[in-house]
Design a protein around this ligand. Structure first.
Ligand code: ZN
Length: 131
């Protein structure tokens, strides 16, 4: 990450930790909102189906949103690890420097634009087995 100067690294570090704080708050909100929903469901459920109601309430709890938040948190953690290992801003596919402009817009970027596009292109073709 020699292509990034101290100020840029500091700015990106700050962006990552701000994003963590934002996501943590969102996850807390989701959980709080889901609790409300959960109690509402339980209140409306007959006793012997309470477990079932609880189960379905938890399943419904915006699992997709939570999933996305958690996945993004993991991406941020990984970016911070790369930062600590001095491999941040280096494309994991080709080893080229990821330009600062891309990192500023997308601080968790692991790939340069070219490799990212190639990857998305590959994924967009169902003929290519991905598993
Ligand atoms: Zn690359």
């Amino acid at each position: 990450m020699e292509h990034l100067n101290g100020t840029q690294v500091q700015g990106l570090t700050l962006k990552l930790s701000e994003r963590i704080r934002y996501l943590a708050a969102r996850i807390r909100d989701e959980l709080a909102a889901s609790d409300v929903q959960h109690y509402r469901d339980l209140a409306g459920a007959v006793t012997d189906t309470a477990d079932e109601a609880l189960a379905s309430a938890l399943v419904d709890v915006d699992a997709a949103i939570m999933d996305r938040h958690v996945r993004e948190l993991r991406d941020i953690e990984a970016a911070r690890e790369r930062m600590a290992n001095q491999t941040y801003g280096i494309c994991i596919d080709c080893g080229d420097a990821v330009p600062y402009e891309r990192l500023a817009a997308y601080p968790t970027a692991k790939r340069c634009v070219r490799c990212q596009q190639r990857r998305e292109h590959d994924f967009a073709h169902p003929g290519t087995p991905s598993l």
